[in-house]
Write a protein that binds this ligand. Sequence first.
Ligand SMILES: [Zn+2]
Length: 128
Amino acid sequence: MTVPAATPSCWRCGYDLTGMRVEEVCPECGTPVWSRPVLDADQMRRDAGRAQTWGIVAAASFLVIGPLAGLIAIPAITGAARLKRRCEGVWPPEYKGARTAWWLGWITAALSIAVVVPSAVIYVIGLF
Ligand SMILES: [Zn+2]
């Protein structure tokens, strides 16, 4: 779901389309008012692949560097989330790499938190 902008503007050039009808075109660049950006399938597939790589690297590195892997999980989660947003909140089957990235990212993040929080508590309690 996207929140409608307060001012209607051309998605291509940003021209203010206030007062224009949906069947008209942008006076600045000729883009139809009632249109939206074409999603670049190749770009999205690359983004999904990249997010998946981050997810796998994060999950694998948890075994080596422990909770620091949570930092590596961030680009996996954010990359996958961005992709999902661009697909209107559903995982398209052709970008399942993004879904993998999302799960691996969150699992890694959860494991990191599960390690860091008790350690921090023990550390704080140990001070008193
Ligand atoms: Zn325009």
